[in-house]
Ligand binder design. Structure first.
Ligand code: ZN
Length: 432
């Protein structure tokens, strides 16, 4: 364990306040990590702190292994100033994302560089605690496969809205058609804190994906990430930060009503939602109906192998009319929902990613056309629409969620005096 130096004036009741020395360390680490200020004179100018204080805080950040000297700045005479850079290579975090078909666990360092990952097919209708146990075992295998580094924190992405303060599911429907339930009473964060003994943060995979998209270079401050899956999730980044909403339910684009077709029943109990057209469960139900009504030779020939989304997308590309109609309706429904979102929220970028729909040329064409025809033209004039694979975004988002939480002034002020968040104690860090 790295022993952090004592800082004068450290008073725990003020932890995280701007005058707390460790909160000042957190501020310098953020400026150095983002490249906003990288030398002592730049840090002094950016923060208004005195040179001597800057020197002490930089030493403290170096001692806990968050920054390192990377050379000297050019000088116009006098001694050249050291350039500092963020380094997270010696600190490790884990991210696990849960989906309708299984889960994925990634081990990475605090620089967000993945070091190893594993995916497990898993039916989430299985017992919740058993699912968590399986995930934890997968995490422990990854840890031991990589020489057992100390883990600083864990990020969890769930396939439904999550109350980030309680770690509990907010959604009455997770993936009903497949019988998937994640009980509202189950506190997954507390379970992992107790099991893994490190700080844990939990959010929806859609929010993590939005965070991942927002952390890309040159990412705009206002964006929406639409995640295609069993349902259609979305995450909203507003003015550079995640917008979760008053009840952690922001982004439920899948339950925007886009049709008055009463036959399109949704899992939420209403009808005509985006979900009832573009959720993979709805597409698969439509495929079964097309076969039963003898409308799709393509699907009928493949019915014995199962009528998954990939088969429907392949059918649409091969010219099967019923398959094309299903993909067309999914794209049109999502396009209508997205037009409302874009007109109301005015994002600079929309990313649509996830399952096989995103790689279908027909889906992309109809979605784009519907959005262009139904959104306010001024709102799409500068809109960048990206449709394609994007599963990496949720892992990057999960890693940055954990990193940013660990390095936030209030959290860093709490754990830094002991040298490691793992040593400080998980329970305290994980609250709030
Ligand atoms: Zn609905």
């Amino acid at each position: 364990m790295v022993k952090a130096p004592e800082l004068e004036g450290r008073v725990m009741p003020n932890a995280g306040s701007p005058t707390d020395p460790w909160a000042q360390v957190a501020m310098l680490v953020r400026l150095i990590r983002t490249g906003e200020a990288q030398t002592r004179p730049e840090l002094a100018e950016a923060t208004g702190l005195g040179r001597n204080v800057i020197t002490l805080r930089v030493q403290a950040a170096e001692a806990i292994g968050l920054i390192r000297a990377s050379g000297a700045a050019r000088s116009r005479g006098g001694r050249a100033a050291d350039i500092w850079e963020f380094t997270g290579v010696h600190h490790h975090v884990l991210v696990a994302t849960v989906d309708e078909d299984g889960f994925r666990v990634v081990l990475a360092n605090l620089d967000l560089t993945p070091l190893g990952e594993s995916s497990v097919e898993w039916t989430l209708s299985d017992d919740t605690a058993r699912t968590c146990e399986r995930m934890a075992a997968q995490m422990e295998t990854l840890i031991s496969d990589h020489r057992s580094p100390t883990i600083w924190g864990i990020g969890l992405g769930m396939p439904a809205p999550v109350d980030v303060t309680t770690g509990r599911s907010r959604d009455p429907v997770i993936a009903g058609a497949k019988g998937i339930r994640w009980p509202r009473t189950f506190d997954i964060r507390r379970w992992f804190i107790d099991r893994m003994k490190v700080p844990v943060w939990v959010d929806s995979v859609s929010n993590l994906a939005a965070l991942g998209a927002a952390s890309e270079p040159e990412a705009p401050a206002d964006l929406v990430f639409v995640r295609l899956g069993n349902g259609v999730g979305s995450g909203i980044v507003s003015n550079g930060g995640l917008h979760r909403g008053a009840d952690s339910l922001a982004g439920e684009i899948t339950h925007i009503v886009v049709s008055d077709d009463a036959r399109r029943l949704c899992l939420c109990g209403r009808s005509g939602c985006v979900d009832a057209f573009a959720g993979s469960w709805a597409i698969e139900a439509e495929a079964r109906r097309a076969v039963a009504q003898g409308r799709s030779p393509f699907l009928a020939a493949r019915a014995e192998d199962g009528l998954g989304l990939a088969v429907v997308v392949a059918g649409a590309e091969s010219g099967d009319i019923a398959c094309a109609e299903i993909v067309h309706s999914a794209a049109e429904a999502l396009g209508r929902g997205l037009a409302t979102v874009v007109t109301w929220f005015n994002p600079r970028r929309v990313v649509v990613a996830g399952n096989d729909l995103a790689s279908s040329p027909l889906f992309r064409h109809i979605l784009t056309r519907t959005l262009q025809s139904q959104a306010l033209s001024a709102c799409i004039e500068h809109l960048e629409l990206r449709i394609g694979p994007g599963q990496a975004a949720e892992v990057v988002g999960g890693l940055s969620l954990v990193r940013d939480a660990l390095l936030a002034p209030s959290h860093l002020a709490a754990w830094a005096p002991t040298g490691s968040p793992a040593d400080f104690g998980a329970a305290v860090l994980a609250i709030g």
